[in-house]
Ligand binder design. Structure first.
Ligand SMILES: *Cc1c(COP(=O)(O)O)cnc(C)c1O
Length: 372
């Protein structure tokens, strides 16, 4: 018996890649972002399906994530989205032939010192203020890459900070800053084969060039980058890949006025059927979801969570007339009959994003891959 599991629908991954392809047109390569274990979906499995469905490369956040994909048999280009942070990561980049981001002299020198033949992607910070070179330093860094015998400047790229706000002009400013850096490098005689800027939000919500490659993450998993984008036609075509299930582990009648869960923050309003679900915040269900409109689906009905989610279990109100039994299926994220709970609904109710909800689904939750 498994207390909780997620189904990962590979038909939905293929569908979402087709939606992305339609949005960007035939030109750009699709780089599937599979960091953080494929946003909690299983990096290797998602990578395999994405590559078979039109992605030509993958992106990861940690070098060991890239190494694990290689060990799993992936031969495609794997982009490391930030510079190696230590010698172990440098070794992994070399051993597994990852294409690393670079943006500092020290980062370039560390890769050059290995003597390995490596393709690197020079990153410019156009306004995210996370990692990347200042625009004014890019030419010097590109010269340093050229001077390092075995390094090849394969990519030039940047990352958007507010692309999920379609009305925010800052994205256009970032695009303009990037274009200026591209022009400056080209004027200095550099030919950069792969320029890339756009994450999911940027590729759906902003006009302009997609360059040679786009880096969708969340869209592959079938989730809108932000609730504000969900109603756009192309975004609305995405299909959620992940559904999260459990089953009732106990059912009981509880009289009106009883406090439920730690702290007794919620009380039964009437004599009702209370059921327990063996999923808790240690599995990634936010503790506060029960205090902020949280629901799960049982028998096709939305059942409110009663009180705080505990570490391993959560109690729900099935209603006074419920005829539910221990073992009945529970949906935490996904569909049951006509009812649906999305990752975005959980995120909105707990003051975070769907990204965080998905990536926090823990290791106790079994991943089942369907429609592969
Ligand atoms: C995570 C990430 C992406 C993918 O972003 P989505 O919003 O999930 O599409 C792209 N580029 C970089 C640098 C990232 O860190």
């Amino acid at each position: 018996m498994t207390r909780s599991w997620v189904d990962i629908d590979h038909a939905a991954i293929r569908h979402n890649l087709a939606v992305i392809r339609r949005a960007v047109g035939p030109g750009p390569q699709l780089c599937a972002v599979v960091k953080a274990d494929g946003y909690g979906h299983g990096a290797l499995e998602v990578a395999q399906t994405a590559l078979a469905a039109g992605a030509s490369s993958l992106a990861v956040a940690h070098a060991h994530e890239g190494a694990a994909l290689r060990v799993g048999g992936v031969e495609a280009v794997i982009l490391l989205l930030s510079e190696p942070v230590d010698a172990d990561e440098v070794r992994a980049v070399v051993a597994h032939g990852l294409q690393s981001a670079v943006y500092t002299e020290a980062g370039i020198d560390a890769l050059a010192a290995t003597g390995a033949k490596l393709d690197v992607h020079l990153k410019v910070d156009t306004g995210m203020r996370r990692v990347g070179a200042e625009a004014s330093d890019v030419l010097v860094l590109a010269e340093r890459i050229r001077a390092a015998q075995h390094l090849r400047l394969q990519g030039l790229w940047t990352h958007c900070a507010v692309a999920d706000e379609p009305e925010n002009d800052f994205t256009a400013l970032q695009f303009a800053r990037f274009a200026e850096v591209v022009n400056r490098l080209e004027a200095a005689g550099f030919v950069v084969p792969v320029r890339h800027v756009r994450n999911s939000a940027a590729l759906f919500a902003h006009p302009g060039s997609h360059f040679e490659l786009v880096r969708p993450g969340i869209a592959i998993y079938g989730v809108a980058p932000a609730p504000a984008l969900a109603c756009r036609a192309e975004v609305a075509d995405l299909v959620p890949v992940l559904s999260w299930y459990s089953q009732l582990s106990m059912v009981k009648r509880v009289p009106a006025g009883e406090g439920v869960s730690y702290g007794h923050h919620r009380r039964t309003e009437r004599d009702t059927v209370v059921a327990t679900v063996p999923v808790g915040y240690a599995d990634g269900l936010p503790r506060s979801w029960g205090l902020n409109g949280g629901v799960v689906l049982v028998g096709g009905r939305r059942c409110p969570i009663l009180g705080v989610v505990t570490m391993d279990q959560v109690m729900i109100d099935c209603g006074p007339d419920a005829e539910v039994l221990r073992g009945d299926q529970v949906v935490l994220i996904g569909r049951q009959g006509q009812a649906e709970i999305t990752a975005t609904e959980v995120a909105t109710g707990t003051d975070t994003t769907a990204y965080e909800i998905l990536t926090r689904i823990g290791p106790r939750v079994l991943r089942r891959h369907v429609n592969r």
